[in-house]
Design a protein around this ligand. Structure first.
Ligand code: SF4
Length: 253
């Protein structure tokens, strides 16, 4: 990602020892810090780069931007094919990954297994996602998150998950080409069900589980490809590749 010139960066006047003051909501679609709508991330029904609807997360983004002026530090847009057959849904941006680079699962360990697997299956042009401008392209696949702003300690609150669910709902409604919704972890699984207005009790989460959402779309579950899950072997590369390959089969890829 290209760093903005110093003259264009926002000025933070923060009295010593006090947290940064809460930012006023940006105009719809506008950048949180400059007030300008960023051309690379236009507002869509499922993404608003100026969203501040979760006060705790908006505050945290302000603090993050203050501590790391070179970080993306905004709601992270989804990434991938414009008319995907598979929509991968993660949890939320990682502090030093997607929140830093501006692309889901990019710049930290969480994306290592994901992009390697997508590349092995011919869904990504290269096996590694380094930055938002590294030239990587996805085929048939788009990646989004159930919560678009980085949460403190990687843990969004239930209210925040509910608030951001409106964007996921819009994304699912807009992307009419999707045949498989691929949930990474239980929170993403629950988020998809909520967005679809389906009862969670009827659709249990399990690695490799398949649930018909309607007559044309299937929800496929996987354990999240986090560092914890992969290092403890809760999720192995073989397990992940198998369930992703099955998603491709269902999607007709
Ligand atoms: S998490 Fe979602 S709803 Fe909450 S402020 Fe970020 S983009 Fe808005």
């Amino acid at each position: 990602m290209t760093e903005r010139p110093k003259s264009e960066r926002p000025k933070f006047v923060t009295p010593k020892g006090r947290p940064p003051a809460r930012r006023k909501p940006a105009a719809a679609g506008a950048d949180l810090f400059t007030g300008v709508r960023p051309p690379a991330s236009p507002k869509t029904p499922y993404y608003d780069p100026g969203c501040t609807q979760c006060p705790r997360l908006a505050e945290f983004l302000t603090e993050t931007h203050h501590a790391h002026p070179d970080y993306f530090a905004r709601p992270v847009p989804s990434f991938g094919a414009a008319a995907p057959k598979i929509l991968i849904v993660g949890l939320a941006p990682g502090m030093h990954g997607a929140n830093r680079t501006g692309r889901p699962f990019t710049g930290d360990y969480a994306g290592v297994l994901l992009y390697e697997t997508l590349h092995e299956l011919g869904l990504a042009t290269v096996p590694e996602s380094v930055s938002a401008d590294d030239g990587l392209e996805l085929r048939h696949v788009r990646i989004t998150n159930a919560v678009k702003c980085v949460p403190p300690e990687n843990k969004p609150l239930p209210d925040e998950i509910r608030q951001c669910n409106a964007y996921l709902k819009s994304e699912l409604a807009e992307l009419k080409s999707v045949r498989v919704v691929f949930a990474l972890g239980r929170i993403a699984h629950d988020g998809v069900l909520t967005a679809e207005g389906l009862k969670r009790s009827r659709f249990g989460f399990a690695h490799g589980a398949e649930h018909a959402l309607d007559y044309k779309r299937v929800l496929v579950d996987s354990y999240h490809c986090s560092r914890y899950n992969t290092s403890t072997r809760v999720l192995t590369p073989e397990m992940f590749k198998k369930v992703m390959a099955r998603a491709c089969e269902i999607a007709g890829i």
